[in-house]
Design a protein around this ligand. Sequence first.
Ligand code: ATP
Ligand code: MG
Length: 270
Amino acid sequence: MVMADSVQKPLLRGPVRVGFYDIERTLGKGNFAVVKLARHRITKTEVAIKIIDKTQLDAVNLEKIYREVQIMKMLDHPHIIKLYQVMETKNMLYLVTEYAKNGEIFDYLAKHGRLSELEARRKFWQILSAVDYCHNRNIVHRDLKAENLLLDGHMNIKIADFGFANFFQPGEPLATWCGSPPYAAPEVFEGQQYEGPQLDIWSMGVVLYVLVCGALPFDGPTLPVLRQRVLEGRFRIPYFMTEDCAVSQAGRLSQNSPAVNGSASSLAAD
Ligand code: ATP
Ligand code: MG
């Protein structure tokens, strides 16, 4: 880690600067971080800078952030947001990363609706190659969801947000409750220990469904209702989903999925 050579407060009219970068606008906000679009003053390259106020974090969350940095430093893959530089001052941490121009696939789906199966397959293959790359390095993401799948200028996938990522050893289960409830695997809802990679694989099944249907497979007005639906493994196969795709969903999202193995009534279109 290097110290930020200059992290300046807003001047009267001038831009806010972080190192050699001028901050342009906010891209997103998380629990502990704000992500800004910034431009290199000389090369004009656009980057995303995740800015973390360390004074707002307790020791546990600070450790999590340092783990996120450690993991991102290890990753170099065409479909994972690349960490370029880390700057640190006494109170602040700045992660300078690759910028994904077309933002979250979540927003893309909200605006344009579901993807064709052909396009979903292309995106899903990119996600799979990136997650496989992580798992081969004993890293689990643990927060795969449409909000953390970004799109670059060519509409290619860039996986972001390794804030819940961790190392795993085969045969040594993990136990921390991670991720977002609609994407969480049954074993997480049941408070069981889990094999890290399997957690990502479940979330990828949810992601595939979201890409193809533009809606979540498991949803509910309250957490207990959602939990029940996930544990039952019940989800709808809409009329427009091809049989090939439905079989693939069943493979990923079912332990005992009535939606595919069950009666025709559970296959009702929505
Ligand atoms: P949360 O707790 O909500 O998951 P977080 O603090 O971990 O958030 P990120 O998920 O890394 O932060 O970033 C928050 C949002 O900022 C993203 O969902 C995305 O909209 C935007 N964002 C983050 N990184 C980039 C990037 N490299 N390019 C474009 N947008 C980005
Ligand atoms: Mg996020």
